[in-house]
Unconditional design. Sequence first.
Length: 223
Amino acid sequence: MDQTELETLRADVEELKRAVKRNNPFLREVVSNRFFSAASISLGFFVVAFCAGTQILIAQRGSFSAVPAEWKLAAWIILGLFFVVIGPVKWIFFSRKAQSVEEGANFFTVIRAVYEGSWLHLYLPGVICMLLVPVFAIFAGHPWYIVPGVAIFIALPCNSLGFMVQRSEYLALGWYSLIAGLSSLFFMEAMPFVWSGIIYGGALLVFGIVGLVAQSRRRGSPV
């Protein structure tokens, strides 16, 4: 490595430090809240219940195609309604929270703070993998490997965000997704719904519980 490369590396490190210093106080306040934790726990219980119920029905009826259509439809409707409600609520919350932290800030201020500049290099590899792994799994004839594959690569952006904002719930989510995803690789196709519940239902529960505990501790700590 010559002097020019060393100077370039030094400049990149300094830019990353400036990004951390600039964005951390703002993002720490915006991305951590009891609403997200409570919503995550609620959705986590739903995912676990649906996956467990589906696996039981498959065991009773012999295949997923024999599972009652009403069960599948109800699950999709409930899940769809949840995201229809949570999307606008999240937008409104981020905008109001951002304004309370920094005058003139809004939802897009949060998005820019997370994805702008040097941080893009931390998130982009994980996002690319999450998009390409499902395509590969389908063409390889093993679509169920989408479940652990996406979970494994979720760890990259989650841990990056957890490091950037110094929030334990995002780090817990990243590590849980990585460990659960890797563990399920050997068993996914044998019991797909059981492992889907463990991975995604468990990840949501971990994020919510760790978030509530961390927020309670922060409120109880002296300023």
